[in-house]
Design a protein around this ligand. Structure first.
Ligand SMILES: Cc1ncc(COP(=O)(O)O)c(C=O)c1O
Length: 380
């Protein structure tokens, strides 16, 4: 990434890794801090990729109009790209979306269209998508009737190949920084971040075990449908997870369900104990990873994608009143996460710890072949 740049989108990617946990069997859990991207979320990677793809295919030209149904992070990414490239951007949203995401989209010039203006704060993914599709289609039809070539594009993240492709650089970054990934455990909504990363890793000869995470109540991995508060993830009843999940779900070792209580407890404890502010869906992935760390083969490199930061959820996940009004505050769940973090706390001085491990390995592997047979045998 350049040190000085002229465009915000040049700052996408090259996000850092935080080693959150390590077991005494040498398994290490790394958080890919995608909250460090502009907009504080991973989705800006795919937002740019979808616009690049539409431009390359001639579906979006200067002065064009982008339409998307979004719970916020995709919309934030598209708002940045639209502002930079001079497009109009309409975000079709519902009142389930977090206020700060809506306010930030608006600040960056997006036009917000609410699917229901009756104050209903239910998740309305399906209705949102229908409305976005209709808005874009009607505008394209009107252009054609006027003898013009349509220049309105519905990015349709759930069925857009460029969504997953937008995460290929994330996989490249992981390999550059870690050398390998043995386990990838991450949230699944459209599946773009999880399967885009996984597909690219496979392309490069790496086949990590894949664990998808969705909220209890989400339907992509099956099981009973129900309401949930984790934002920007999962698939609510009546919505279609889309083509990425349909095509790639079979790659999963397992689809895991995490309750709002456990996901939010993880986000809150990470903030309080480690000073790391992450969103609720990332909290779900983190707790799922911590709970399973010792089940992975010893020495595993485990990666969780932190889809977004916690700053957008100060009025919800990090607000005790909001949490207790919804029966989501749970001291026992928070204690469990705190205990897991303590149990697997990595040495602060990772370099010293790595050197010690290398020394241990060197000893175990090199000594028998490095010493003459006679001494080696005598030493046995
Ligand atoms: C808050 C949040 N949760 C979960 C996800 C995973 O979504 P998807 O499967 O659509 O990549 C994202 C994507 O970046 C996100 O922003």
């Amino acid at each position: 990434m350049p040190v000085v740049t002229t465009r915000v989108t040049d700052l996408i990617g090259q996000t850092p890794l935080l080693e959150l946990a390590a077991t005494d069997t040498g398994t290490r859990l790394f958080l890919k801090l995608e909250n460090m991207n502009p907009t504080g979320a991973a989705k800006i990677r795919m937002a740019r990729a979808m616009v690049d793809d539409a431009e390359a295919r001639g579906l979006l030209r200067p002065g064009g109009h982008i339409v998307e149904s979004t719970s916020g992070n995709t919309g934030l990414g598209l708002a940045v790209v639209a502002a930079e490239r001079g497009y109009r951007f309409t975000a079709v949203v519902d009142n389930h979306a977090c206020r700060d995401k809506l306010r930030a989209m608006k600040a960056m010039g997006a036009e917000l269209v609410f699917v229901a203006d009756d104050g209903d704060d239910g998740l309305a993914t399906s209705a949102r998508e229908d409305l976005a599709e209709r808005l874009a289609r009607e505008e394209c039809d009107a252009a054609r009737r006027a003898g013009l070539e349509p220049n309105t594009y519905f990015t349709e993240q759930h069925n857009n190949d460029a969504n997953a492709v937008g995460y290929h650089p994330l996989a490249d970054e992981l390999l550059t920084d870690l050398g390998r990934v043995d386990v990838l455990i991450s949230a699944v909504g459209t599946g773009g971040s999880m399967f885009g990363t996984a597909r690219r890793l496979r392309e490069l000869g790496h086949e990590p075990l894949l664990f998808g995470v969705e909220p209890v109540g989400s339907i992509a991995f099956g099981g009973p449908a129900g309401p949930y508060w984790q934002s920007g993830t999962g698939t609510p009843e009546g919505a279609d997870p889309g083509k990425i999940v349909a095509e790639d779900l079979e790659l999963l070792e397992e689809g895991l369900k995490v309750s709002d209580i456990d996901a939010f407890a993880a986000a809150r404890v990470l903030a309080a104990k480690r000073g790391l502010l992450i969103g609720g869906s990332a909290g779900g992935s983190v707790v799922a990873a911590l709970e399973r760390l010792t089940e992975f083969p010893p020495g595993s490199v485990v990666v969780t994608i932190v889809c977004d930061g916690g700053e957008k959820y100060l009025d919800t996940v990090f607000d005790d009143d909001w949490m207790s009004d919804r029966d989501l505050l749970d001291a026992r769940a928070e204690t469990t996460v705190a205990e897991l973090l303590d149990r697997y706390a990595p040495t602060h001085d990772a370099a010293t710890r790595d050197a010690a491990r290398r020394a241990a390995n060197t000893h175990a592997i090199l000594v028998p072949s490095a010493v003459p047979d006679s001494i080696g045998a005598a030493g046995k």
